[in-house]
Design a protein around this ligand. Structure first.
Ligand code: DX5
Ligand code: ZN
Length: 214
């Protein structure tokens, strides 16, 4: 299991130190939550802050867009050369076009599904993406409770992936901790995002991250 700590739960007064610390303590990716105050009721970080993060991160960036105008935000963040840019299927009328655009910029495209969106909604896009991110909370905030129906959804998605694109990875985001990591693994999940669990862990980042690398 790969682990992508969400910097939404980092200390923004010491963001560079926190990003360096998770990278030095075994994380696999750095998850960046971009919220625009329209698609979700919260506003987070833009290109100025991501530029500072990209300068100190020694692990690839995993940019999760929670925005209305996806294409505009892809242009804003592409210069930082993230490994992934993921966008919500609920907010995109022309997903094939956007997937092609992200790939043409040398970035791996990924789709995100809100907790209520069935995996079948993206069946005919699976062949074109490298990852699907399943939300296990309603997007907008860190520290929410894990919605356990994501387990059933991950298993159903895994079957579709085997049929259409066996190389496509499954990522789960929201409320992940050491209490649900094993069932996520068993359901076929490849990457977990964890914000409050990693940044709030009493025994430090290394312990927190390694406890999810099952
Ligand atoms: C929620 C974000 C998540 C969030 C995860 O909209 O996409 O990445 O920061 O935080 P935790 O792990 O605290 O649920
Ligand atoms: Zn996220």
């Amino acid at each position: 299991m790969l682990v992508a700590p969400s910097i939404l739960s980092a200390d923004f007064g010491h963001l560079a130190e926190d990003v360096k610390a998770i990278c030095n303590n075994g994380c696999d990716l750095v998850h960046v939550d971009v919220m625009d105050g329209h698609f979700v009721p919260n506003l987070t970080i833009g290109p100025v802050v991501v530029s500072a993060v990209a300068k100190v991160a020694t692990k690839p960036l995993d940019i999760h867009l929670m925005v209305q105008n996806n294409s505009f935000f892809v242009d804003l963040f592409a210069p930082f050369k993230p490994r992934y840019i993921s966008f919500h299927i609920e907010e995109e009328k022309h997903p094939h076009r956007l997937i092609q655009k992200i790939r043409s910029l040398g970035i791996q495209p990924a789709l995100v599904l809100n907790p209520h969106t069935p995996p079948e909604a993206i069946e005919f896009l699976l062949a074109d993406v490298d990852m699907v991110l399943l939300m296990s909370v309603n997007p907008g905030f860190g520290g929410q409770k894990f919605i356990s129906s994501v387990i059933t959804k991950a298993k159903r998605l895994k079957l579709l992936i085997e049929q259409h694109n066996p190389n496509c990875l499954i990522e789960v985001d929201g409320g992940v901790n050491d209490g649900n990591i094993l069932e996520l693994k068993e359901a076929g999940v490849d990457i977990v995002v964890a914000g409050s669990y990693v940044f709030g862990h009493k025994e430090g980042y290394q312990k927190a991250i390694s406890s999810l690398q099952v």
